[in-house]
Ligand binder design. Structure first.
Ligand code: SF4
Length: 255
C-alpha cells in the first residue's frame, strides 16, 4: 500500500479503525500539508511539510474552532439521521492535533457536539506526546475519553533518527508529561530501526515507570517516506508484547 492522501477538510470518515472501530476523524490541521513536531520515518502521510512545535506561528493556516464545529455538526447530524452514529470521534489527521493554539476551545466544542448529537460516541485523540509537558495541553487531553499517546523509543540517538523531532522537543519532558497524564494508552510503531535489544530494553524501563493502561504495538503496513525502512516480524512484535506484560505488568496487544 502507498502513502495516504492528506485529509482535505476538518472531518473525514467514518473510517474503520483497527483500534477504535467506526471512527469519525477530526483534522484540526492544515488541509494542504502536514504540520507536526515530528517527521517520523514511517509516517503514513509522508514527510512533514511544516515541522514545528509552535502552532501559534501558523495560526492563519489552521481551521478555526467555528469552522471545525460547523463541519462536525453537519457530519454528526447526517450520521444521526441515517441512524449510524460513530463509535468514536477521533482527533487525528494531518499532523499533531495539540499544536492547534485553540485546542482547548476546540475540545470544548467537540465535547458539546458529541453530547448533543452522538451521546454514545467516545472522544479520542492520537497524539505524538510532544506537547504533553505543557500543563494546559494536559488539562485538555485529560477531558477526553481516550488518549492514545506515541512513544516509539527513548534513546536519544534512536529518537532523533526515527521520529526526527523539531527543535525544542525533549524526550525526557515527554516522559515526565506522560507520567502526569490521567490514564492513557501507549502506542508504538516498531520497525528495524527501534526494535533492537538495547532500544527495546530502554523503552521497556520507561513503560514500567509510566504504567500506561495498555500498550499497543504495530509495525509498517504500508509504504514509508523512508523507502528502505523494513517492518519487524509478527514474531518480534509478539515477543515484545509478552515482555511488556511479564516485566511491566501492563496489558499489551500487537496489531
Ligand atoms: S507524529 Fe504522527 S503525524 Fe507526525 S510525523 Fe509522526 S506519524 Fe506522522
Amino acid at each position: 500500500m502507498g502513502l495516504l492522501e492528506l485529509q482535505s477538510g476538518p472531518v473525514y470518515g467514518p473510517v474503520s479503525s483497527r483500534r477504535l472501530g467506526r471512527s469519525l476523524g477530526l483534522n484540526i490541521l492544515p488541509f494542504d500539508r502536514k504540520l507536526c513536531s515530528f517527521n517520523c520515518v514511517y509516517c503514513q502521510y509522508g514527510w512533514t511539510g511544516t515541522h514545528t512545535l509552535d502552532g501559534r506561528a501558523h495560526r492563519a493556516e489552521l481551521p478555526t474552532p467555528a469552522e471545525i464545529a460547523a463541519a462536525l455538526r453537519e457530519s454528526l447530524s447526517r450520521l444521526a439521521s441515517d441512524g449510524a452514529p460513530p463509535a468514536y470521534i477521533t482527533f487525528s489527521g494531518n499532523g499533531e492535533p495539540t499544536l492547534h493554539p485553540e485546542f482547548d476551545k476546540i475540545v470544548d466544542l467537540v465535547l458539546k457536539l458529541r453530547d448533543e448529537l452522538a451521546p454514545e460516541a467516545r472522544v479520542a485523540i492520537l497524539s505524538n506526546s510532544t506537547t504533553v509537558g505543557d500543563e494546559a495541553v494536559r488539562r485538555s487531553l485529560d477531558r477526553l475519553d481516550v488518549r492514545i499517546m506515541k512513544l516509539d523509543c527513548v534513546e536519544p540517538d534512536v529518537f532523533t533518527s526515527y521520529n526526527r523531532p523539531c527543535c525544542g522537543v525533549d524526550v525526557g519532558n515527554i516522559i515526565e508529561g506522560l507520567k502526569k497524564l490521567r490514564t492513557f494508552t501507549l502506542q508504538v510503531l516498531f520497525t528495524e530501526m527501534n526494535s533492537g535489544e538495547k532500544s527495546v530494553a530502554g523503552w521497556l524501563e520507561v513503560v514500567k515507570y509510566l504504567k500506561p493502561e495498555e500498550v499497543q504495538v504495530y509495525t509498517l503496513d504500508r509504504s514509508a517516506p523512508l523507502v528502505d525502512l523494513k517492518p519487524v516480524s509478527k514474531k518480534r512484535l509478539e515477543e515484545i508484547t509478552l515482555r511488556v506484560e511479564a516485566e511491566a505488568g501492563v496489558r499489551a496487544t500487537a496489531y
